[in-house]
Design a protein around this ligand. Structure first.
Ligand code: NDP
Ligand code: 13P
Length: 329
């Protein structure tokens, strides 16, 4: 794997941080972005000031706006927003040999279709190998070389191990697993739950309420994953509980910060502030999938009702607090 470069499609905060980590792990990296101007700027300045300010690009990274430059990669990490997965994997299918695995790094479920992102890729790139990389990892932490651990899942266990080894470096530790579905569910669902935690913080409802949301949110996550074929052990690991705890803890998370601003009384548009909020894009699909299998997900449901304008935050709190008392599970 080390003789060929690792390809990265998407040079936002996470794509750039992963490019640096992959290069630090001893790989040549081809970093694709859609804007030729941005690629020229990265080549000239060796920084990505717009997305990851203050971080120097590793010398083994080659920025480009030519998608075909990814064709010789040993694997391509797709690091554009979840809702671009269909278009991006279709575009990649036209330039990548089918043998090149695609590693999905976005966290979400496709809106409208309700499709898991791995299934989207399987549809547009039949026969190709798909993997998922997820876990508690802020781009800025990884880029600063702070110790971080994530999970890479692929049904081909030997390939999962090979890719995890190739991406692991001095400060990024990549575990491997075969449960692709469990890993992708953890990443997608925790963003929706983090919006609820942020709203609790923004409204000043206290640390006890926040801890209750994390615990009850995790119960929702487990229920959902079980119903959709994820392994409970996966959800108890980095990509489930680990990422839920991280994202529910700090306004460094865009999802948490978005919820916090909602809690302070801002509208949905104001609260997003032009930033990528994956939980807001995924909430309706997550809730629709839960309803389709009668999975009880009151916190995710409350987030969706707030985002759709059906409930105020006060109504959501009332709804959650006035559910029938029941056995905890
Ligand atoms: N940031 C983080 O800490 C982490 C993020 N993630 C996940 O990674 C994914 C990306 O997040 P992040 O990098 O932070 O987001 P950013 O907003 O920083 O970057 C998004 C990138 O995607 C590009 N992009 C947007 N739309 C398209 C499109 N239609 N076609 C091609 N490229 C497009 C943008 O290009 P342009 O600049 O031209 O608009 C930009 O380079 C998300 O799913 C997120 O949940 C996962 C772990 C950590
Ligand atoms: O997924 C993340 C950390 O693991 C990043 O979360 P945000 O998208 O909420 O910033």
């Amino acid at each position: 794997m080390a003789s060929q470069p690792i390809g990265i499609a998407g040079a936002g905060a996470w794509g750039t941080a992963l490019a640096n980590a992959a290069a630090a792990a001893g790989n040549d990296v081809v970093l694709w972005m859609r804007s030729p101007e941005q690629a020229d700027a990265l080549v000239a300045t060796r920084t990505n000031e717009r997305c990851l300010p203050g971080v120097k690009l590793h010398e083994r990274i080659r920025p480009t706006a030519e998608l075909s430059a990814l064709a010789a990669s040993s694997a391509v990490l797709l690091v554009t927003p979840a809702q671009t997965t269909r278009d991006m994997s279709t575009a990649l299918a036209s330039v990548l040999p089918v043998a090149v695995p695609l590693v999905l790094c976005a966290k979400g479920i496709e809106r409208g279709s309700g499709a898991f992102l791995c299934d989207v890729v399987a549809e547009v790139r039949p026969g190709a190998t798909v993997a998922v990389l997820s876990g508690p990892s802020f781009a800025h932490d990884v880029a600063r070389g702070l110790p971080t651990a994530v999970t890479l899942a692929c049904r081909d266990t030997a390939l999962a191990e090979e890719m995890a080894n190739a991406l692991s470096g001095p400060t990024l530790r990549v575990y491997h697993r075969s449960d692709v579905r469990g890993v992708e569910i953890g990443g997608a669902a925790k963003n929706v739950l983090a919006i609820a935690c942020g709203a609790v913080a923004g409204k000043g409802l206290g640390e006890s309420a926040k801890a209750a949301l994390v615990a009850r949110g995790f119960a929702e996550l487990l229920r959902f994953a079980r119903a959709y074929g994820g392994e409970p052990e996966t959800l108890m690991g980095l990509s489930g509980l680990g990422d839920l705890v991280l994202t529910c803890s700090t306004a460094q998370s865009r999802n948490f910060a978005f919820g916090q601003r909602l809690g302070q009384g801002m509208s949905v548009e104001e609260a997003a502030g032009g930033k990528l909020v994956e939980g807001a894009a995924t909430a309706s699909a997550l809730v629709a999938l839960a309803r389709a299998k009668n999975i009880d997900m009151p916190i995710a449901e409350a987030v969706e009702q707030i985002l759709s304008g059906a409930w105020t935050l006060d109504q959501a709190v009332d709804a959650l607090m006035n559910r029938p008392i029941k056995s905890e599970h």
